[in-house]
Design a protein around this ligand. Structure first.
Ligand code: SF4
Length: 385
C-alpha cells in the first residue's frame, strides 16, 4: 500500500465530514484567570471583561447547539479560567438538560475544588483538561508565573481521576521545553492520563513573546509523538495537523519495518522515552479525524465574536447577531478551509484533506487564512527550493 493510498482513503472518509456541524465548540467564558502564563493565547487578566456573554446568552448558545441535532457538538468551556464564572454549574446543568455534551478546561487554582468537580460531574461533565508545560517545577512554574504550580497541577490530575473525569493534559511545545517532552510523556504514562494534547505554539497573545519551534523540530516532535502514543494514552495535536501526515507515514513505515528520516531531536526524545518506559508494546493511538481551524472546530470569544479557532484572530461574526451554526456553514473562508483550497504547497499536497496545515499559523505569518503552514517541514522545504 502506498502513502497516497492511505491518504486517499482518509480523504474520502473525511471529505464532507464536518461540513454541516462542528465537532468541538470552544466557548471562552471569561478572560479572568488567576494565572498569567507567558504563552497565554487569551491574554488572560485578573478581572472579567465588561462585555462577556451573560448566563442567558450562554443558554442561547447551548440552545443553538441542541438544535443541530445528533450528533451534537461537544461544548468546551474554556477561558481565561472557566471556573471564574459563578454560573459554570448552571451552564453545565442547562447543557445537560439540552443533551449537549460538555468538557471543561480550567486553570489549576484554588477554585478547582473537589466540591466543584463533584457538582460538575453531577451535571454530566465528563471530561476535563489541564495544562502542564514542563517535566519539572522550574520549567512549568516559570512559564505559569506561580511557584508550586507544577506540584499543584500533578495533584489536580489525581483529583480529576478520583472524580471519574476523562483526563486530558495540554502541553504547549516551544523552544524552551522541547527537550523535556519525553519526560512529560512519562508523566502522562505514570499518572494514567487519557489524552495528551500537544499544542504547537502560534505567535499570538502572550505567545508572541515565546519562541515557536522550527519546522525541522516540529517534524522530529511529531515523529516522537507517534512513539509516545504507544504507551497507553492517546496523543492529539493542536495547530499541527501535519501530525496526521507524519502518523500516516509512520504507520506505513512501522508496517513495512522501514526507517524514516529524522533529526537529532527525535533521537534524543526517542532514546529518553525508551530509557524511562522501555520499548512500546501498544499500537499507535493518534486519531485521524481531519479537523482543523474552521473544520470541525469553531471558537466563541468572551464577547460572542466567532473565530475559526482560539489561535486565529480572523473574526467571522458574533453570536449576538448571528446563529453560530449559520456562520459555521456559510462563511466563505470556512467553506474554503473545508474544501482545502489552500496556497501552495498545501493546496496540492496529497495530505491536504487529512491535514491542510494550521490555518492559524498560516494566517499569523502571512495574513492569508488560506496560506501554507510554515510550521510543516514540507512547506519549509518547498520554500527553500
Ligand atoms: S504541506 Fe500543508 S497540507 Fe501537506 S502535510 Fe504540510 S501542512 Fe499539511
Amino acid at each position: 500500500m502506498t502513502t497516497a493510498h492511505i491518504t486517499s482513503e482518509s480523504s474520502s472518509t473525511h471529505r464532507g465530514q464536518f461540513e454541516s456541524r462542528p465537532l468541538l465548540v470552544f466557548w471562552e467564558m471569561t478572560k479572568a484567570c488567576g494565572l498569567a502564563c507567558q504563552h497565554c493565547r487569551a491574554c488572560a487578566q485578573l478581572e472579567p471583561g465588561p462585555d462577556e456573554l451573560s448566563t442567558a446568552e450562554g443558554f442561547a448558545l447551548i440552545d443553538g447547539l441542541a438544535e443541530i441535532g445528533r450528533p451534537r457538538p461537544i461544548l468546551i468551556l474554556t477561558g481565561g479560567d472557566c471556573l471564574q464564572r459563578d454560573d459554570i454549574v448552571e451552564i453545565a446543568r442547562y447543557a445537560q438538560s439540552r443533551l449537549v455534551p460538555v468538557a471543561i478546561s480550567p486553570s489549576v487554582t484554588s477554585k478547582l475544588t473537589s466540591t466543584l468537580l463533584d457538582e460538575l460531574r453531577m451535571c454530566g461533565v465528563h471530561s476535563a483538561s489541564l495544562s502542564l508545560d514542563g517535566s519539572n517545577a522550574v520549567t512549568h512554574d516559570t512559564l505559569r508565573g506561580i511557584p508550586g504550580h507544577y506540584d499543584a497541577t500533578l495533584d489536580a490530575i489525581k483529583l480529576l481521576k478520583q472524580h471519574g473525569y476523562t483526563t486530558q493534559i495540554n502541553t504547549t511545545v516551544m523552544s524552551s521545553n522541547l527537550h523535556e517532552l519525553a519526560d512529560i510523556a512519562v508523566t502522562m504514562h505514570d499518572y494514567g492520563v487519557d489524552v495528551w494534547e500537544v499544542f504547537f505554539l502560534i505567535s499570538i497573545g502572550r505567545g508572541s513573546e515565546v519562541l515557536e519551534s522550527s519546522a525541522l523540530e516540529n517534524e522530529d516532535v511529531c515523529n516522537f509523538l507517534v512513539d509516545a502514543s504507544r504507551y497507553g494514552f492517546t496523543v492529539r495535536t493542536v495547530e499541527a495537523p501535519f501530525f496526521r501526515r507524519v502518523a500516516a507515514q509512520r504507520k506505513l513505515q512501522l508496517d513495512q519495518e522501514t526507517t524514516f528520516e529524522h533529526g537529532a531531536l527525535y533521537d534524543e526524545l526517542h532514546d529518553r522515552l525508551i530509557e524511562k518506559l522501555g520499548k512500546p508494546t501498544a499500537p499507535v493511538r493518534a486519531p485521524s479525524a481531519a479537523t482543523r481551524d474552521g473544520k470541525g472546530i469553531i471558537f466563541v470569544a468572551t464577547n460572542g465574536d466567532i473565530y475559526p479557532s482560539g489561535f486565529m484572530p480572523y473574526r467571522l461574526g458574533n453570536i449576538r447577531e448571528q446563529k453560530l451554526i449559520d456562520v459555521y456553514r456559510e462563511n466563505p473562508v470556512l467553506l474554503a478551509i473545508r474544501a482545502a483550497t489552500f496556497e501552495e504547497p498545501c493546496g496540492s499536497c496529497e495530505f491536504a484533506q487529512l491535514c491542510g496545515g494550521s490555518r492559524a499559523r498560516a494566517y499569523a505569518q502571512s495574513g492569508n487564512p488560506l496560506g501554507a503552514d510554515p510550521g510543516c517541514l514540507l512547506v519549509a522545504r518547498a520554500r527553500a527550493l
